[in-house]
Ligand binder design. Structure first.
Ligand SMILES: [Zn+2]
Length: 255
């Protein structure tokens, strides 16, 4: 396998948001990583798979204290969480990250057949031996990939606030995909970071810890939100019209 020039790519968006992603990670596990500029503190939403160190990859963006939030603890979202001093998780999921005993791997052979066929049916087939197509450095061994367990420095729940000084984000508890899935809502900007509760791609509600009735409730709540922009856990960002279409398609299927 070749060695990657850069592990994290990025682009600057509106509202002081920078979108980061890992181009060499399989689309299934390639989560969106968000950096949000604040006056007193910056915010990181999700931290990637943890194949390469995130802090080092974005060092030039970090000129003030930063708080890292995990929208939920699936392994594609929390790989770099341990690198930050300020780590925020929903209290329902906080205890499950240390030790990190959830299923996590970047090797195809580790996936049960039923999972592989389910993913193929969702349009996310895993055809290569590993879920990375480049190495972060020459002696990296994908078989030794592990998520580094960590604990939150702060556990949060519905209604709690992440304050960046000149802007703040309210925690929305958005269960369904996972029990402690959460979103971050900036009401002033109409900005929602939604994690895996909603994104513009196949939504996953059949994991062992998923709950369809909870997911339906989350979708109804999101539909009523006066949102301008949704930055999801995967795929491209979108506005309210697309949010409503995605919610309605889900509710049509599941309620
Ligand atoms: Zn997830």
């Amino acid at each position: 396998m070749r060695i990657a020039d850069r592990w994290f790519l990025r682009r600057r968006l509106a509202d002081g948001v920078t979108h980061l992603w890992e181009p060499h990670v399989h689309p299934l596990l390639r989560c969106n990583i968000w950096h949000v500029q604040g006056r007193d503190r910056d915010l990181i939403v999700d931290t990637g798979v943890g194949v390469a160190p995130l802090r080092e990859g974005i060092a030039d963006l970090l000129d003030k204290p930063v708080v890292a939030v995990a929208t939920h603890i699936h392994w594609d979202h929390v790989g770099g969480l341990h690198e930050f001093e300020d780590r925020v998780m929903h209290r329902i999921e906080a205890g499950r990250m240390n030790p990190y005993d959830e299923f996590h791997t970047i090797v195809r052979a580790d996936f049960p057949d039923v999972v592989l066929s389910g993913l193929a049916a969702l349009g996310l087939p895993i055809e290569s031996e590993t879920l990375i197509d480049a190495l972060p450095h020459a002696d990296y061994d994908p078989a030794r990939y592990r998520v580094q367990p960590t604990t939150p420095s702060r556990s949060v729940a519905e209604g709690d606030v992440i304050d960046l000084g000149d802007r703040h984000f309210e925690i929305f508890h958005l269960p369904g995909h996972s029990p402690g899935s959460m979103g971050l809502w900036d009401a002033a900007a109409g900005l929602l970071f939604s994690g895996d509760a909603i994104y513009d791609g196949p939504l996953i509600d059949d994991l062992p810890d998923s709950n369809v009735p909870d997911y339906v409730g989350t979708m109804r709540r999101l539909r009523a939100l006066p949102v301008a922009t949704v930055h999801g856990g995967h795929e491209e960002s979108f506005g309210r019209a697309r949010l409503v279409a995605l919610v309605d398609a889900y509710l049509e299927r599941r309620s």
